[in-house]
Design a protein around this ligand. Structure first.
Ligand SMILES: *[C@@H]1O[C@H](CO)[C@@H](O)[C@H](O)[C@H]1NC(C)=O
Ligand SMILES: *[C@@H]1O[C@H](CO)[C@@H](O)[C@H](O)[C@H]1NC(C)=O
Length: 407
């Protein structure tokens, strides 16, 4: 762990040397002071541009599996756009040294103020609002893969903190919940969910999200999701499940009000739901898990380039009506943790072992070679164990994945 941290600092320092533009002294900085409840010890990195907007918005950008805060910083345009528009970017760093995937499986992370990685990330948001007089009603989250899954988790567990989310190649809130008693089960790789075998009705997904914050009747964030139809790591089924989940939570029809072809890229189809397009979904034809993030589309959805009359928490609602609740202040959000309830509705029945044996019966014969990011091992897995131009990396007893040799 210490060595990993040192390596991270070393690589961050190297990045600065190579990438920092001479006109902007701002860089990625690690916050090591106590910033609030952080039970799983998520690393806190932040990018604050030299010139901030008067009341800056905050963008949270959780990295992908095997990623780091510095890799997310270097590997996307969000910091460059932050320097242009004056918002702040928070780059959390996964504490899960085994594979750097996020905690998407514990009852803690899936419960409002319940603990887990999600609570540590929210503490970063609250610290940043206080420190930089940032706009508590303009906090956004976006990420790819495990970061897209964490986007769904944060939007579900903390609807009072985030104004909107943008999930790329992710899964619905609660889909990764570890089977059985998931209290304290951090970093579980839910291969059933990843392979598209965890499905629910819209009403069931809605109940799963509502169980994260029982009694919450307030305003819900708007949401967009992107997924490649040929995603070999996180099955495309999860795209449709997110559509079901968030339209149900927002009280919208599953039938889109509009469909736009070839946007923002050729072959990508955008569907909008509800009169105000509160939820939108982009299906990328033929695209694999290596989906190319369109930062401009995300920044436009969050209105991060805006300086007055911008989209914010509590503004508008799916039906276009004025929301019934006013934005919570920073102080009212700093409440003590509520007890972590074990909700049986969070645990998918389709993770039962009977489904599991059905899975193994349909996998590819072991003689073939698995492609990059495909599964290559784990309990109940009978597919190819050799990786093409990659190595087979074990995440846990249930899941091994072909990853690039140089990670
Ligand atoms: C679930 O697991 C936690 C941690 O191991 C334990 O404290 C708790 O009692 C368990 N709950 C149930 C309902 O078994
Ligand atoms: C369930 O998982 C198996 C193995 O990964 C896969 O072949 C099958 O298509 C999945 N089912 C669905 C509905 O995606």
């Amino acid at each position: 762990m210490m060595r990993a941290v040192k390596n991270l600092i070393a690589s961050a320092a190297l990045l600065l040397t190579v990438l920092a533009p001479s006109t902007n002294a701002a860089s990625l900085v690690q916050i090591t002071e106590n910033f609030g409840p952080n039970p799983t010890k998520v690393g806190f990195y932040i990018y604050v541009p030299d010139v901030l907007a008067a009341k800056p918005a905050i963008l949270v950008n959780p990295h992908w599996c095997h990623g780091t805060a510095s890799a997310a910083y270097a590997g996307s345009q969000y910091a460059t756009l932050a320097a242009k528009y004056g918002y702040i970017v928070i780059y959390p760093n996964s504490p899960n040294a085994a594979d750097q995937c996020w905690d998407l499986s514990s009852s803690q992370t899936l419960t409002h103020d319940g603990g887990g990685d999600s609570q540590g990330i929210v503490s970063m948001v609250k610290w940043t609002i206080a420190k930089y007089n940032a706009d508590a009603s303009r906090v956004f989250v976006t990420g790819v893969s495990s970061g897209g899954m964490m986007t769904n988790v944060l939007i579900g567990s903390y609807p009072d903190v985030f104004a909107a989310g943008s999930a790329w190649a992710g899964v619905p809130f609660g889909c990764y919940a570890a089977p059985g008693n998931n209290s304290g089960v951090y970093g579980y790789w839910n291969s059933q969910c990843a392979s598209g075998n965890v499905t629910h009705t819209p009403a069931e997904w809605k109940a799963i999200v509502q169980a994260a914050y029982p009694g919450y009747r307030g305003w819900r964030p708007k949401m967009q999701t992107f997924h490649g139809t040929s995603d070999e790591t996180v099955n495309y089924v999860n795209f449709g499940e997110q559509v079901k989940e968030w339209t149900a939570v927002l009280g919208l029809s599953q039938t889109p009000v509009s469909t736009t072809l070839n946007t923002p890229l050729s072959g990508w189809t955008k569907t909008s739901y509800g009169p105000s397009g509160w939820f939108e979904a982009y299906s990328a034809a033929g695209v694999t898990h290596n989906i190319q993030v369109q930062a401009d589309t995300v920044v436009a959805f969050f209105q991060l380039s805006c300086s007055a009359g911008c989209f914010s928490w509590g503004q508008g609602s799916p039906s276009g009506a004025v929301p019934p609740v006013s934005p919570l202040t920073t102080s009212t959000r700093l409440t003590t943790s509520i007890p972590v309830a074990i909700s049986t509705t969070k645990i998918s029945t389709s993770t039962a072992s009977s489904t599991h044996s059905a899975v193994t019966a349909t996998t590819t014969p072991a003689t073939t070679v698995q492609s990059l990011y495909g599964q290559c091992g784990g309990i109940g897995y009978a597919g190819p164990t050799a990786c093409a131009a990659a190595k087979c990396s074990s995440y846990n007893a249930y899941y091994s994945q072909c990853v690039p040799t140089a990670v």
